[in-house]
Design a protein around this ligand. Structure first.
Ligand SMILES: C[S@@+](CC[C@H](N)C(=O)[O-])C[C@H]1O[C@@H](n2cnc3c(N)ncnc32)[C@H](O)[C@@H]1O
Length: 228
């Protein structure tokens, strides 16, 4: 079954392996963190936080890092990396309105059947003036082919069936839903650096940089502040 929630329980041992099947999530977390400004005494809510891969990138940046996920196995690991862990669904988060200075939705929206519900929840949690940071996969033929048809077949580095093509994110719908809740999004396409990837795959590099790319038709970041 595509997008099987049990997958994250079965693969719990993979989260923090830099060369495991979730390696790309580490690279994406680093790229996501670059969109988050330093703060003091601020709260960041990380929706679908998984095992807390964003945590090392927030160290010393002035945030209490609150992670919401429905995988208990992932949350236990997130907690061991300093994340205040909340077991729950991103469409019904047990946290107060406006509690967050920053809400992050990294590689989660393409796993959620109710895009409008997840966006509404993200924006509800955000205080006026707060920052929403998203990265996800676009609902396009190109993305289906690259991110599912091709990438999920790379042995050792990917998980077959992790994505359901029907849940890839319609960019216009994402922008419209965010706008409805007072957040004007800016979108930017990103891709892994090919040179870094080849070095990493050869066992030499430790990580792979994500670079901006002209199209948002595959993997993209989005960010915007909530209207005051
Ligand atoms: C691809 S992982 C991304 C994890 C993390 N954001 C990262 O980038 O490392 C997707 C995560 O979303 C969680 N998830 C999927 N659907 C969810 C839902 N409806 N509510 C809460 N968590 C969900 C999964 O358990 C998994 O940990």
């Amino acid at each position: 079954m595509p997008n099987d929630p049990g997958l994250y329980e079965r693969l719990a041992g993979e989260w923090w392996r830099p060369r495991g099947v979730f390696a790309m999530l580490h690279w994406l977390a680093a790229a996501r963190a670059e969109l988050i400004p330093p703060a003091r005494g601020a709260v960041l809510v990380d929706l679908g936080c998984g095992a807390g891969l964003l945590a090392p990138h927030l160290e010393g940046r002035g945030y209490a890092h609150v992670g919401v996920d429905r995988s208990a196995a992932a949350l236990r690991q997130a907690a061991s990396h300093g994340v205040h862990s909340v077991l729950g669904d991103v469409c019904a988060v047990p946290l107060a309105d406006g509690c967050a200075d920053v809400v992050v939705a990294g590689e989660i929206l393409e796993h959620v059947p109710d895009l409008a519900g997840a966006v509404a929840e993200a924006c509800r949690l955000l205080r006026p003036g707060g920052l929403l940071v998203v990265d996800t996969l676009a609902a396009t033929m190109l993305c289906r082919w690259l991110a599912i048809g091709l990438a999920e077949r790379i042995p050792r580095y990917a998980v077959r069936g992790v994505h359901d093509p029907a849940l890839l994110v319609d960019r216009d719908a994402l922008v419209a839903e965010c706008a409805r809740h007072g957040v004007e999004l800016t979108l930017r396409g990103i891709r892994p650096s090919v040179a870094d990837f080849l070095r990493w795959a050869a066992g030499r590099g430790e990580s792979v940089r994500m670079l901006p790319v002209a199209t948002t038709a595959v993997l993209f970041q989005a960010w915007g502040r909530k209207r005051v």
